[in-house]
Design a protein around this ligand. Structure first.
Ligand code: TYM
Length: 341
């Protein structure tokens, strides 16, 4: 396990990347392919800042004990994926108070109409009809605060977060329009392959850990056995030809997953499985996913046992993030006209 690092200043020139993930249960294969593995790759070329977005997660009710464990696990799993605290700033969102502060301010520069149009708000308020709280509604302003605090140039996310990012851009532009240049206007960074990994059971929907049908999603910590079973049960079609095509959402999704994992093109995959049945294909997709996740699961097992190491890393990350983000918050508050302390 690497040594804990001293807090260092970020070197100036590289572009800044910010992204975050909610610690609401285990991560899915969709989270990994759509976002996390891209974070890992970007660490060498950018100044990367990553967070476990625990404040976002309480927009739906959480069991306290489970929630705390999920936050630890999220932090450990991101380390296991390859987020390197020596290269990137990596912290737990609630440890850095500037996020909640700027979120309040940005709420006052975000319109009711804009928030009402967010598809995630519409979906979640239907799903949790008994708890349509104000936090669920203003969630995108907190997300904008996360990003704008670090003057991020790029935000690597899956396609489902694109609308929230567009709103972040609008908020930044609106604020800059009133007060002069304050925030960098961030660009989404959406990978060509794997930006929407779909459910294995209803392949027009995105793969999501909140789906009640556990066979529809792969958890990153699922055992090899469970992963293979879930792929074997994946919905396909009656054509029995492994190719991308209309009305073949299930197979298209499986080809997309295999392509994202192995780097092979869809045509190469079609050629490889010519004359073979869906059974063979599904087994092969399952196997490549198992092999991809195996080393991550192993490292996760090591990290999660070492709470002291985790604490050292997230405290260090938060100290660094606090310092950096405070500059932006102070700048924004001064522009608005608050009295400095
Ligand atoms: P969250 O926690 O739902 O998901 C984390 C990341 O995983 C991507 N993702 C997927 N990509 C492809 N296929 C899928 N099936 C799939 N499911 C999830 C998401 O697009 C996301 O990139 N609000 C954010 C967390 C957040 C954030 C931020 C992100 C908080 N602050 C600031 C970027 C910048 C969320 O709920 O992601």
């Amino acid at each position: 396990m690497p040594e804990a690092t001293e807090t260092k200043e970020i070197p100036e020139k590289k572009k800044v990347i910010f992204s975050a993930i909610q610690p609401s249960g285990t991560f899915t294969l969709g989270n990994y392919i759509g976002a996390l593995r891209n974070w890992v790759k970007l660490q060498n070329d950018y100044n990367c800042i990553f967070a476990v977005a625990d404040l976002h997660a309480i927009t739906v009710r959480q069991d306290p004990q489970k929630f705390r464990q999920n936050i630890y696990e999220a932090y450990a799993l991101l380390l296991a994926c390859g987020i390197d605290p020596q290269k990137s700033m990596f912290f737990i969102q609630s440890h850095v108070h500037t996020h909640a502060e700027l979120a309040w301010i940005l709420n006052c520069y975000t319109q009711f109409g804009e928030l009402s149009r967010m598809t995630q708000f519409k979906d979640k308020s239907q799903k949790h009809a008994d708890n349509v709280n104000a936090g669920l509604f203003t969630y995108p302003s907190l997300m904008a605060a996360d990003i704008l605090l670090y003057q991020a140039d790029l935000v690597p996310v899956g396609i489902d977060q694109k609308q929230h990012l567009e709103l972040s851009r609008n908020i930044a532009e609106r604020f800059n329009g009133i007060y002069g240049n304050t925030f960098t206007v961030p660009e989404p960074y959406i990978a060509e392959v794997g930006a929407k990994v779909c459910s294995l059971q209803e392949p027009t929907k995105k793969m999501s850990k909140s789906d009640e049908n556990v066979n529809s999603w792969i958890a990153m910590l699922d055992s090899p056995d469970v992963i293979m079973k879930k792929f074997k049960r994946a919905v396909t079609d009656s054509e029995a030809v492994v190719r991308v095509g209309e009305g073949k959402d299930g197979i298209n999704n499986l080809i997309g997953i295999m392509s994202a994992v192995t780097g092979k093109t869809a045509d190469e995959i079609t050629a490889e499985f010519e004359g073979k049945g869906y059974g063979d294909f599904k087994t092969a997709v399952g196997e490549c996913v198992v092999e991809m996740l195996r080393p991550i699961q192993k490292r996760f097992g090591d990290y999660i046992k070492n709470k002291d190491y985790l604490a050292e890393q997230y405290r260090n990350g938060a100290a660094f993030a606090e310092k950096l983000s405070r500059r932006t918050l102070d700048k924004a508050m001064k522009k608005i006209g608050f009295v400095a302390k």
